[in-house]
Design a protein around this ligand. Structure first.
Ligand SMILES: [Ca+2]
Length: 192
């Protein structure tokens, strides 16, 4: 969450300088700095002078004053964003989405929200898995598109996907196991 552009001084607004990356292939971004600070256990992250990242847990980061509109330096090797300025910190706070509102701060289809550094992921209840592309919501598992004997029961003849599970159809002479509805059992003797 963007807090604003703040003045910095010798007595630093944020307590730790996490990195200064002026390497030829180094790319600075506000997201990188937020993740770096979150990984180190800091709530606040601030980019500065194009290639620096500062971290802190101190709420007095505004002690040298807010200087709106003066964080105008492009990020090192990343001109699509600004990364503060000279003695200017562009400060963000790590958002803990999971403490927020489901459907607003984290995805509606996330069953159990888990905070990660700079983002979140989800635990999913039975029959669902974490969406592999975003990792931020639970998607239904189509067991029937998987492998017989692994994703659905070896003895399931015609698999039909259901929301949260699957069910089976059985070839003539077999019946659906009434308890699990996931496998076909026993030949019916009347057919002999
Ligand atoms: Ca299913």
């Amino acid at each position: 969450r963007y807090k604003g552009c703040y003045e910095d001084a010798q007595t630093r607004a944020l307590t730790l300088k996490a990195y200064k990356d002026s390497s030829e292939n180094g790319v600075n971004s506000n997201g990188r700095c937020i993740r770096e600070c979150a990984n180190r256990g800091f709530t606040f992250a601030g980019t500065s002078t194009s290639n620096e990242c500062h971290c802190g847990n101190n709420y007095d980061y505004e002690k040298h004053g807010k200087k709106a509109g003066t964080c105008t330096r492009k990020c090192h090797n990343n001109p699509s964003e600004t990364c503060g300025g000279d003695w200017r910190l562009q400060i963000y706070s790590d958002v803990i989405e999971c403490k927020g509102v489901k459907g607003k701060d984290y995805h509606e289809d996330c069953h159990k929200c888990l905070n990660t550094a700079g983002s979140y992921t989800c635990n999913c209840t039975g029959g669902y898995k974490v969406d592999p592309s975003t990792k931020q919501k639970c998607i239904e598992i189509n067991e029937c598109e998987g492998t017989r004997g692994v994703d659905y029961h070896q003895d399931c003849h015609n698999c039909t996907n259901t929301i949260g599970s699957y069910t089976c159809g059985c070839r003539g002479g077999y019946e659906l196991d009434p308890e699990t509805k996931k496998k076909c059992i026993g030949e019916i003797l009347a057919n002999v």
